[in-house]
Design a binder for this molecule. Structure first.
Ligand code: EPS
Length: 389
């Protein structure tokens, strides 16, 4: 079974992840993993923490001489900030002066603080925030980079971009694969439209001044996935549902849409469904439009898979909202130490990882095999079947 799990607290010693179910014999490029980790850290509107961290992966198991072994792959990313938190985050019991304990008693509206505290009966909400923090997503991106390496050996690629930030532009951007690919690596917000991006940057500056935060929308696009991945036969095998969960699990995401998404609900069927044509040369069924976002009935149809994640504004505000101290029950301002103003471009990179992991899982289910060579033979056999269909 292809699956992954992560562990680690935001200011603990390290983040770790275990990825299982990779075929043996896949070349692993560590630099590619580190590049993805760097992309996740990048983006205008991040806070002071990103100046401290420089995420780099260490492979602890499952890879030998540059190739996967087929065994669980364990990954570790150290937290540089840990050096400043050794006492507060110590695994063993410590005596710590109250003014140095960094206890959290004033839950932030919108964060997991209060609900998580109630759930786990925690009197120090740091026990919740440390794991609810988006820092955890570095482990997902490291696993996702491996999933991308698997997908690329089957001719599939994934890109993301920011299509709206804080309501700019009014209607989210709709761009082609090539337009997304042309976004320079150092674009401050991974947005293809330089003029809009400048407006977004100004909005972030004004929100920083005001001690406020902003949300936005990213889009993740996968290209080169063959038709027939996922399954219409059972609710939990439907790939659209699995992608929705994967993207919704990214911190701050409050809505997910596929293809035309919610807009399709207001239109008649004749304006929504992508008419089917046949290319006699390539022997492929094709579409001129892609409002389905590459998925019909929970199965890929060979078109680009397009998924959007809609983020609420981050919940740590320098000008805090009203809250209640969990001990005194008195009204107080919510806690603030430091925060990002926005993390929409980072969320897009995390979205790429979550999409890569979800698609890799579905590809492993369909094409099986214990080695990459066996999986590729099965894949080629299926492509032959498609050509004859
Ligand atoms: C986060 C708060 C900030 C972010 C963090 C997520 O961290 P800190 O509390 O250390 O200032 O920078 O994101 C990351 C550390 C990261 O790697 O993405 C939060 O509360 O969720």
């Amino acid at each position: 079974m292809f699956r992954f799990t992560t562990a680690g607290e935001s200011h603990g010693r390290a983040l770790v992840a275990i990825l299982e179910g990779m075929p043996a014999g896949l070349p692993v490029d560590v630099e590619l993993i580190n590049r993805e980790l760097e992309r996740r850290q990048w983006g205008y509107g991040r806070g002071g923490r990103m100046k401290i961290e420089k995420d780099e992966v260490q492979i602890l198991s499952g890879v030998r001489h540059g190739l996967t072994l087929g065994s669980p792959i364990a990954l570790m990313i150290e937290n540089k900030d840990w050096a400043n938190w050794t006492e507060v985050m110590s695994a063993g019991p410590v005596e710590i002066a109250p003014e140095k304990s960094r206890e959290l008693k004033r839950p932030r509206p919108g964060h997991a603080d209060l609900a998580g505290g109630q759930k786990f009966d925690a009197r120090d909400l740091r026990n919740v925030l440390e794991r609810a923090s988006a820092r955890e997503t570095a482990g997902r991106v490291a696993c996702g980079a491996l999933a991308k390496q698997l997908l690329s050996s089957f001719g599939a690629e994934i890109r993301s971009h920011v299509i709206q930030l804080g309501g700019i532009p009014e209607k989210p951007l709709q761009l082609s694969w090539d337009e997304i690919g042309a976004i320079p690596d150092d674009a401050p917000l991974r947005c293809a439209d330089a003029r809009l991006q400048e407006q977004m940057v100004q909005l972030i500056d004004s929100k920083r001044e005001a001690g406020d935060t902003v949300g936005g929308v990213f889009e993740v696009v996968a290209r080169g996935i063959v038709p027939g991945v996922g399954s219409h036969t059972a609710w939990d095998l439907k790939l659209d549902g699995r992608l929705a969960q994967a993207i919704m699990s990214i911190p701050a995401v409050k809505a997910v849409s596929i293809g035309a998404g919610a807009e399709a609900s207001a239109l008649p069927g004749s304006e929504v469904h992508d008419e089917i044509a046949y290319n006699n040369e390539t022997k492929e069924f094709i579409r001129e439009t892609n409002r389905a976002g590459g998925l019909e009935g929970g199965v890929t149809n060979g078109e680009e898979i397009r998924v959007r994640g809609h983020l609420k504004p981050l919940s740590t505000l320098r000008q805090p909202l009203r809250s209640v101290d969990i001990d005194t029950k008195q009204e107080e301002s919510a806690a603030f130490e430091r925060s990002d103003i926005t993390a929409v471009p980072a969320a897009g990179v995390i979205g790429e990882a979550m999409m890569a992991l979800t698609l890799a899982a579905a590809m492993r289910e369909k094409f099986g095999g214990d080695s990459l060579g066996e999986m590729k033979r099965n894949f080629e056999g299926y492509r032959e079947q498609l050509r004859g269909y």
